[in-house]
Each structure stands twice: as structure tokens, then as C-alpha cells.
Design a protein around this ligand. Structure first.
Ligand code: IP8
Length: 258
């Protein structure tokens, strides 16, 4: 295990107002930037698309499936993600952090990891840089593109780097038992995968599967022996607590112990 690495996914529901096209949630982003200044560990951030990337990928009918999508749409979706990345990176710069924005195409070929590049960003994180990457539309070969979700990117990075802490921050406290009671599930064992936990789904403006996708990726990561924590990122202190291993409110998907 690489010492102390914390891998954090900032969901689109945290960094943007999902129902409002192209609206970043600056207060939430600034709160998270300030929370990150409290941490003295190597950090890598992945952020989602929210009302930037998802807004455009829905308009251009783009999905995770590899296909011949509207090529102008590819440009627009990617540009919107770069714009959101800049907003997040600039917020972090304002509080004195050292973010380094980079598209996932610097770390993967399509959906496949470029292991050496991923190891480089860990080395960068050890030197106090915070790599900030994101879900994006990526080239997969021939004339085809596909949406690589930030959640899937989390699994790719986790499998290569085996971080000490893996955190998914969304706009809810974690995984709920069902939609009606909204009773929080504190811990999920990998064996619970088939049980009927009805996951709280995100709204329709999501091209990559909302909460269900996050839980699926969390299970994938947990099957490789790593714990995954799902928390409410609109409360930035939860990010600090999760990174320090002192979280009280959230869901832990327990890694399978070999
Ligand atoms: O919000 C998808 O990333 P996600 C990004 O992590 C795009 O699913 C471009 C829709």
C-alpha cells in the first residue's frame, strides 16, 4: 500500500447545481478547498460532470457505450469539463493549495489505465501537488468515443495505487436502505451486494448512472480489498474526517479481506 494516499471523488451533485445548466456550486467547492488545507497527506481528486459534462452529454446523446457520437458534441462536452476543472483548480489555488488539473486522457487509453502515468500522479501527490482529474468524453479508437465516468476512473486509479482512503462525496449522507425511510446504511459488506438495498438514484440529467454507478464502483474497489467511504460532500468537515479515518456519518463499503 502506498503510504497515506487519499483518493477523493467530488460528485457532480456537490461541485455543481445539477438541475441548473452550467452552474458551479462555488460555495461547496470553496468549502472543500478549505477542508483540504487541513490535510497533510498525498491527495488525488477526481470530479464529476454535474450540470457541465452531463448537461451536454445528454444534449448530444452521449453515453458510456463506445460509439460514433456527434464529433462537435465531443468537443463541447470535453470543453465543459475543462471549464469545471478550472473552476475547482482556481478555488484550490485561492486557498494556497497546489492543484494540477489534468484530463483523464493523460492517465488512460480509453478506459484502460496507463499504469506508469498513474504512478506519476502519485509521485506528484507526494510532492504536495494535488492532481485534479475528472470524468470526461474519451477517445476509444477508430472513430469512436465514450464517456468515462469519474466513478469508473476512481476504480482505475484505486486498482493501480491502492490508496489508504477512498472517498466518494455526493449530496447525500451515504447509501440509504430505501428511498422512503432514508435510513442510512453505515456499513456494507461485499457479500451484501446481492441484497435488496434500494440505492438512492440521482436525477435524469445523469449520463453515467448516479448513485447506483458509485455503489457499483465501490463494490469493484472493495472486491480488491480496499474500504470505500461514501459521504456527504456538502458538509466539508466530513471530507476531512473521512480522510483522517474519524468519520461518524457515512457509509463504508468494506473491502474483502484476503
Ligand atoms: O459525473 C461524467 O463523470 P461523472 C462526466 O463522474 C461527463 O459520471 C463528461 C458526463
Amino acid at each position: 500500500m502506498l503510504q497515506g494516499l487519499t483518493l477523493i471523488k467530488l460528485g457532480g451533485s456537490v461541485v455543481t447545481f445539477k438541475e441548473k445548466p452550467l452552474a458551479a456550486n462555488i460555495d461547496a467547492i470553496d468549502g472543500i478547498s478549505r477542508a483540504l488545507t487541513q490535510l497533510d497527506v498525498p491527495i488525488i481528486i477526481v470530479h464529476g460532470g454535474g450540470s457541465f459534462g452531463h448537461y451536454w452529454s445528454v444534449k448530444y446523446d452521449m453515453h458510456t457505450k463506445s460509439a460514433n457520437y456527434d464529433i462537435h458534441g465531443v468537443s463541447i462536452v470535453h470543453e465543459s469539463m475543462i471549464a469545471l476543472n478550472q473552476i475547482i483548480v482556481n478555488s484550490m489555488i485561492r486557498v494556497g493549495l497546489n492543484p494540477y488539473g489534468m484530463p483523464p486522457s493523460a492517465l488512460t487509453t480509453g478506459h484502460k489505465p496507463i499504469v506508469a502515468k498513474i504512478k506519476h500522479i502519485y509521485a506528484m501527490a507526494q510532492s504536495k501537488i494535488i492532481p485534479v482529474t475528472f470524468g470526461d468524453v474519451v477517445y476509444v479508437g477508430g472513430t469512436k468515443y465514450s464517456i468515462l465516468s469519474g466513478d469508473a476512473l476512481m476504480t482505475i486509479l484505486a486498482r493501480v495505487l491502492r490508496p489508504l482512503r477512498i472517498i466518494f462525496a455526493t449530496n447525500v449522507d451515504g447509501v440509504y436502505k430505501d428511498r422512503v425511510s432514508r435510513e442510512l446504511v453505515n456499513e456494507i459488506q461485499i457479500e451484501d451486494k446481492r441484497r435488496s438495498i434500494e440505492f438512492f438514484k440521482a436525477s435524469d440529467t445523469d449520463a453515467t448512472g448516479g448513485m447506483q454507478r458509485k455503489v457499483t464502483e465501490a463494490f469493484k474497489i472493495a472486491s480488491h480489498g480496499m474500504d470505500v467511504v461514501m459521504i456527504n460532500g456538502l458538509l466539508p468537515e466530513r471530507i476531512t474526517e473521512a480522510a483522517e479515518g474519524t468519520l461518524k456519518i457515512g457509509t463504508v463499503v468494506k473491502g474483502r479481506k484476503s
